[in-house]
Design a protein around this ligand. Structure first.
Ligand code: E4P
Length: 282
């Protein structure tokens, strides 16, 4: 593994064997992200169409992250709260406090919604957190301001692949957030997520994204090519993606509630996590 890479490498998944294999292949692994879709997919494969109770599903989620935690006890492991558009901050907080007790190295994921940030504002003083379903510079400004009093690590996860999927240049959101955070106190770390390709990885490394979470398949492809780094002067040239330009008018230093949090992919993503989780419970 190339030691010139400054980004931490996480695996994005929900299968214990993949975490083990990724660590073996890299020679280390800095962490893991999970989400309801990935966990439900893993469980669905085992259940073969059978449904289980919400309680059983949750205890399976707990078992999976506990096993992962044994493989990477020093790594950070993201566990998601289950929320839909109606879920209130108090309920997310309750789930977060419960999930953080599952393992010693948990980072609890909240969505970049009004209720998610309201919960995160309190949670960041108690536990490590990760704000996901991030699709805009404006949401990232709100995350930064809502977590100013953080006493534990705070991650923000821009989902780049999902923006690419709708024809927009997702990696530009990562670049824009890093630029906006340049003169900040660094209390929020950018975790490039929803990675779909080696080019995403190379550009995230080039941008010095503090963390990159990579699905097993893409990690293996990258590994089979020797975990290459971007060459000097690397240029990211995605095919036919609409630019997402940096917005000079979005600056840090305002009340988090004053930033525009709305993004269609945030709501769509929230619903998808919810539906995927519910698809395995009776
Ligand atoms: C990260 O925390 C998420 O689990 C993940 O990267 C989402 O990726 P997807 O867009 O491929 O579902």
């Amino acid at each position: 593994m190339n030691n010139k890479i400054s980004s931490k490498i996480f695996i994005d998944g929900g299968v214990v064997g993949e975490t083990r294999q990724a660590k073996e292949m890299l020679g280390y692994l800095d962490g893991q992200t999970t989400n309801p879709t990935l966990i439900a997919k893993n469980l669905a494969a085992k259940l073969g169409g059978k449904k289980i109770s919400e309680e059983e599903a949750l205890s399976e989620y707990k078992r999976i992250v506990q096993e992962i935690s044994q493989i990477i006890p020093q790594g950070s492991i993201s566990i998601q709260v289950f929320a839909n558009i109606d879920t209130k901050a108090e309920e997310m907080l309750e789930q977060a406090r419960e999930r953080t007790r599952w393992i010693l190295n948990a980072s609890i994921k909240f969505p970049c919604t009004y209720e998610g940030l309201k919960a995160a504002e309190i949670a960041c003083r108690e536990i490590a957190i990760n704000l996901d379903l991030n699709f805009s510079q404006s949401q990232a400004a709100a995350v930064y301001e809502a977590t100013r009093d953080a006493k534990y690590p705070v991650f923000i996860s821009p989902f780049v692949g999902r923006l690419d999927d709708i024809g927009e240049n997702g990696m530009q959101v990562v670049a824009n957030i890093l630029k906006m955070y340049e003169d900040s106190d660094d209390h929020v770390e950018v975790l490039t997520a929803s990675v779909r390709s080696i080019e995403h990885i190379l550009y995230a490394i080039h941008l010095k994204s503090p963390i990159i979470t990579i699905p097993f398949k893409t990690l293996m492809e990258w590994g089979n090519g020797g975990f290459r780094s971007p060459e000097v002067g690397y240029q990211y040239k995605p095919n036919k993606l609409a630019p997402i330009p940096y917005d000079e008018f979005i600056t840090l230093g305002k009340d988090w509630q004053s930033y525009d949090l709305a993004h269609p992919l945030t709501y769509k993503g929230l619903q998808r996590f919810w539906d995927d989780w519910k698809s395995i419970v009776s």
